[in-house]
Design a protein around this ligand. Sequence first.
Ligand SMILES: NC(=O)CC[C@H](N)C(=O)O
Length: 371
Amino acid sequence: MKYQSKKKAVVLLADGTIFYGKAVGGDGTAFGEICFNTGMTGYQEIFTDPSYFGQLMVTTNAHIGNYGVNNDEVESDSIKIAGLICKNFNYDYSRVAADGSLQDFFDANNLFAVSDVDTRALVAYIRDNGAQNAVISTDVDNIEGLKRQLAEVPNMDGLELASKVSTKEPYFFGDKNATIKIAAVDIGVKKNILRNLAKRGAYIKVFPYNATFEELSAWDPDGYFISNGPGDPQPLKEAQQLAKEIIARDLPLFGICLGHQVIALANGISTYKMHHGHRGINHPVKNLLTGKGEITSQNHGFAINREEAEAHPEIEITHLHLNDGTVAGIRMKNKNCFSVQYHPEASPGPHDAEYLFDQFIENITKAKVTA
Ligand SMILES: NC(=O)CC[C@H](N)C(=O)O
């Protein structure tokens, strides 16, 4: 065992609610929008998912850290959550494939984490009272000071965060001799999306969040992809313009999560902040085209307006979330464009929806043949 600081730590919500726990490592303070993920596995993938940038993560699994970390199980090159709140934090780990401890991974990424919190009560509180900003800190005797600082933290509603996690320069992914070329705009892309496209014979060029259609099309790609990512989709005007230009030319386009929201906005469908969002790996979705159910991996706090999507002459709703009837997928009736609110790449999560990558490759292949 490395060390366990028994130092008292506070979880202070913007509405004044307080929970207490213990600091996992040394002293610290971290701010963000508090959210919870109900996945029972896959903590390393969750912590490195760029879509969580700016968020304090509450894990509902009672044990975090027990299987260590593996260098291949990352969704980006660093931890992206703003802080962690958990029940039991395991300093020791047990897994043959582990490359190290979660504690060392946190230290290397300067991540502040709080354990020994009553996460069941905290999750029930967020579920009932909705998403809000929060702070976790060892500065337990300075609640008024923390409250003042917390009041300065911007609200997630309207917040642009894609620029904070996007690549600065374009880069390539996959085999350059592959037959299909996909231009992907990185508004917070998870590595497993790129792995899934490359696995299906695509060579990918990944562009920064504000790249223009001219920049992407200059590479002469066969298809276009708009990624997942953090924050509110509404301020992402460059990505919305890019989607409009791709759609106007009827080029193959696929969007995941934030990318799905951007495609909806490009079609004039509005997005809204949900009460507390969907984050977990057992979210039921109905595919309206096949009538089949899918168990899906989800991580989103915004959604697209269902009534506007239903009334839109160019849009067909293809998937619905079975818990609350929110839109989980759309396609354009007369364009080579579709998108989903959830995560076919999983990581973590079930692989029920991997067929969506096959569908994208098929859309590209058909468009190539008729071109
Ligand atoms: N995973 C994602 O792409 C999340 C999209 C967006 N940031 C949301 O919270 O809804």
